[in-house]
Design a protein around this ligand. Structure first.
Ligand SMILES: N[C@@H](CCC(=O)N[C@@H](CS)C(=O)NCC(=O)O)C(=O)O
Length: 282
């Protein structure tokens, strides 16, 4: 390895000029930086998000519930532009003290219940509507196993591999090597699971699929960090079969557009307030 080494000082200090994509929004302090109220629409569910892999888990879930004809799952999805610091506005921080999208307010009980962390949002909605999470027994446990697998694994894909391969100001062999190895191992875990199961947790489509697809499906389609060739993602044929199967679902097609503000115009949807917003898009 040829990269320069770094000797940490005795005490870490905040170097504001550390560089790299998103460096301008990273701070070692939590909490709000400015007053900014959240908008509120007419539906019982108010989602504040952006169409990143973590964000689309929630919008896929809402669209899948609506696809089943559950009109009580109607929702307003408002844009939180994380590159402009919206996640540090006072209103958003009251929805999620961790300042990360997605965050939800559920008004179905009359008072505002905040729900943050995408896995918590998926479980909350699954339990509220009795869908996409078996209610008992081994199928429920297996679904939660994989949901939690996603929560623990994706930070190595995004914050580890993606950060050092795509976003860091310079490329360093050690972290790229370490995280490429881990991501390939994770892809192999999924590939083996999907060799014997139609869906992630068995024969039922579930919130585990909705959590894993936006990260690992995108990676299998070579749409994440332009790393498809580097990681040879085409080797994972069972993962690819499942990825394509989910990509064809109307709920997934709509969910991945919500709060999207990049790419082709026809695939962008800044806010979502009703089914009409998708007209001419999917
Ligand atoms: N574990 C969280 C992760 C959420 C997350 O990392 N969100 C990112 C976008 S993908 C974010 O809001 N980043 C803004 C920031 O770090 O300031 C979840 O699953 O909800």
């Amino acid at each position: 390895m040829s990269n320069d080494t770094y000797t940490p000082p005795k005490i870490w200090t905040w170097d504001k000029a550390s560089g790299g994509k998103f460096a301008n929004i990273n701070r070692p302090i939590s909490g709000s930086t400015h007053e900014q109220e959240l908008p509120k629409g007419e539906h019982k569910f108010q989602l504040y998000s952006l169409a990143t892999p973590n964000g689309v888990k929630a919008t896929i879930m809402f669209e899948e519930l609506l696809e089943l004809g559950i009109s009580e799952a109607e929702y307003d999805a408002w844009l939180i532009n994380i590159s402009e610091g919206d996640q540090f506005g006072s209103g958003f921080v009251s929805a999620n003290p961790n300042s990360k999208i997605p965050a939800l307010f559920d008004y179905t009980s009359g008072t505002a219940v905040r729900v943050f962390e995408s896995g918590s949002i998926l479980m909350h909605l699954a339990e509220k509507f009795g869908q996409f999470l078996p209610t008992s027994g081994p199928p429920r446990t297996e679904t939660i196993n994989w949901l939690m697998w996603q929560m623990g694994s994706a930070p190595f894909l995004g914050g580890g591999f993606g950060h050092f391969y795509a976003y860091a100001p310079e490329k360093y062999e050690y972290p790229i090597n370490r995280y490429a190895m881990e991501v390939k191992r994770q892809l192999d875990v999924l590939d083996k699971q999907l060799a014997n199961n139609e869906f992630i947790a068995g024969d039922h489509y579930s919130i585990a699929d909705m959590a894993i697809w936006p990260w690992y499906g995108l990676m299998a389609q070579s749409k994440l960090y332009e790393a498809g060739e580097f990681l040879q993602v085409q080797e994972y044929t069972h993962l690819k079969r499942w990825t394509d199967q989910l990509a064809a679902r109307p709920g997934v097609k709509r969910g991945k557009l919500v709060n999207k503000i990049w790419g082709d115009d026809e695939f962008q949807l800044k806010e979502r307030h009703s089914a009409k917003d998708f007209e001419g898009k999917v």
